[in-house]
Design a protein around this ligand. Structure first.
Ligand code: ATP
Ligand code: MG
Length: 329
């Protein structure tokens, strides 16, 4: 069973519109509502693969009830922690040429008691989980150390932890030794506080995250594929993709693929890439099903191409989530 934690889930409303005219009343030609949130995405992909998943999240107001209903209809067990604030609704507008405009709400501020109730809900259910996947940024009211506490509690319950977050909440959680962390290139650069130009730069940064406490680092490098750095060394995998429709949620799909395939080693890395490649060929944040995967298209190697320039290098000198936050375990 794979338990997911989504601290700031959403109800995602998508409107198809002829054109985004500022200041006008726009008439949608179609609309839909989907469950949203990074842990929610992981649960959806895990459920689509035929595995059991339990999605833990704060839920409040009518949007929270609607979100629970949508997830239940997809065969996803939900452990909702009731909160006073209302679960957020995010809005997307899609134009005929595929241009996507999003408005993301901030989401409710959680009280200290609600933050503790969410930790307790995860702790109580982690015993039955093979993996606990903690995904996304934290809502207002949860301190940056909240994920660190979550990792500690889930570990105490005997589960392995996968953490997909960024900035101070990632760096603060490393000291609790998460079993795998899944930064993308930008999040990896932010965590080490310097730009990344090559695959070798990403390997060095991943090794630093391991030195700071992460047991394994699954770094997703967009079109360049993925890197797994664990106790056995560094492994690299990629898959060619002819047409990218939407890379939104590709990282979430990758993490789901990695965990469904066992969550360790090269086989899981290959599954992560197969899921990522399938996800980018689907619209929006739609999660791939097993029929969408082409495992034979994935190549893996331990001969990591260190000198290869990244297709999308991270050039900016990133400031927050500084190195000083990374304390040794
Ligand atoms: N342009 C692309 N071409 C081919 N594969 C891609 C592309 N973009 C993403 N992928 C695949 O999806 C994986 C995850 O993508 P990415 O690194 O963009 O994750 P992410 O930024 O964490 O995404 P998100 O947080 O939105 O889910 C990549 O490692 C790769 O396997
Ligand atoms: Mg991501």
């Amino acid at each position: 069973m794979i338990l997911t934690v989504t601290p700031n889930p959403s109800l995602d409303r998508t409107y198809e519109i002829p054109a985004l005219d500022r200041g006008a009343v726009l008439r949608a030609t179609a609309d839909r509502i989907d469950p949203g949130g990074k842990g929610v995405n992981v649960s959806r992909a895990v459920a689509a693969a035929g595995h059991r998943t339990l999605a833990v999240m704060p839920l409040g107001g009518p949007a929270g009830a609607a979100l629970a209903g949508l997830l239940g209809a997809e065969g996803i067990e939900v452990a909702g922690v009731p909160v006073t604030g209302h679960t957020r609704s995010n809005i997307s507008a899609v134009e005929p040429d595929g241009t996507l405009t999003k408005i993301n709400a901030t989401g409710p501020e959680l009280t200290a008691a609600e933050a503790e109730a969410l930790l307790a809900a995860v702790g109580a259910r982690s015993g039955g989980a093979d993996w606990v996947a903690c995904c996304g940024s934290l809502p207002r009211g949860l301190p940056p150390e909240w994920y660190a506490e979550l990792v500690a509690r889930a570990h105490r319950a005997g589960a392995r932890i996968a953490l997909d977050t960024s900035g101070p909440s990632l760096t603060a959680a490393l000291r609790e030794r998460p079993d795998v962390v899944k930064p993308n290139a930008e999040e990896l650069a932010q965590a080490v506080g310097r730009p990344l130009a090559t695959v070798g730069d990403a390997v060095k940064a991943a090794e630093e995250l391991r030195a700071a406490g992460a047991r394994a680092v699954l770094a997703s490098l967009g079109a360049d594929g993925q890197l797994l750095v664990d106790g056995a060394g560094a492994h690299f995998a990629g898959a060619p993709v002819a047409t990218v429709r939407s890379n939104v949620g590709a990282g979430d799909a990758s993490l789901a693929g990695f965990l469904v395939a066992g969550g360790t080693g090269v086989r899981a890395l290959a599954a992560a890439v197969a899921y990522g490649a399938a996800a980018v060929q689907l619209p929006g944040s739609l999660m791939p099903a097993p029929a969408d995967l082409v495992p034979a298209a994935v190549t893996t190697t331990d001969d990591v191409p260190l000198a290869r320039p990244l297709t999308e290098p991270v050039n900016r000198a990133l400031s927050s989530g500084s190195r000083e936050d990374m304390r040794r375990p």
